[in-house]
Design a protein around this ligand. Sequence first.
Ligand code: ZN
Length: 348
Amino acid sequence: MILPSLSSRSFLATALLASTLDSSGNLASAAAAADDRLTDTRNIVRCGVENIPVPELLKMEEEFKNHRIVLEAGHGADSNASWVNDPLSINMYLHVIAANETAEGGSVSDTQIKDQIDVLNTDYQTMNIDFQLKNVTRTVRPEWFNVKPSSKEQAEMKRSLRQGGPADLNVYLGCLDPPGLLGYSTFPRDIRENPIDDGVVVLFSSLPGGAAEPYNEGKTLTHEVGHWLGLYHTFQGGCNEPGDFVEDTPAEAKPGFGCPEGRKSCKHSTGLDPIHNFMDYGDDNCLSSFTQGQVVRARDQIAIYRGIKSSKHGGSGSSGGGKQHTGRPGKYHHDRRNSRHEVQKGLI
Ligand SMILES: [Zn+2]
């Protein structure tokens, strides 16, 4: 079994990737010394999915590649350029976990939720994917609020709250542990083994208007949903092939913290670093795009592993398939970025 070790490594790495704190515990502003954040051990966690070792990655991708050949053969005369533009609708269930009923305690407002969904759907227009919010649950439970990946509390939380099947997106908002972690997600291929664990967990204060500046414009959810759709970080593999398994994202040696405009970190890459890509680590106001290659990969991933297919794929164009399963508690691969220390302390 490959994935358990992968997940534990990811979170070890997460602890090493951080943003700078100032004396009051807030994130240091601007992109100053952004690259240094990667190795600055004073810091709390920012986001930290490590580069997965290539042999392991190739093994995981092999099955996908074989499925993809079959899937794309099924397109017949219809080219990718056509079917990737077919609209898709994905059901979304949002679970607010709070320590108490204050904003600082995680009880985000309905307005924030609406704004977050708007951001998400705007960001996924490139993929022509629309996320339909079907239900919001609110749970005041301090022992669940500090969500820790792979913990029994997190497993219990998901077991209690998850709704829908493999095609449905479940998002959990809480105060993540380790402090500073902004979010994490499962991959589509995980659904068969850990169906109950499937979903995205995001720091509550990363929602638009939240306290996690400069990560409070809602892009953390966009980023984590990218993983949920099967995308890797743009800097996966660094400058080496096969990178993130997407051809039109130039290779990138390291995450683009802050917004390092004009950076070209790989000598032989095909272009500048994709620092504005949602799957990089930039500040929220730096992230603005997916590439066409990512669109194709994501659509293939969710068609194969989640059964989400456009009508041209023989699907309904919307989610809703699949039964709720019970499964073993989780293992995780992902994360994204940081929050203010004061938030992590919780004010709870
Ligand atoms: Zn990530």
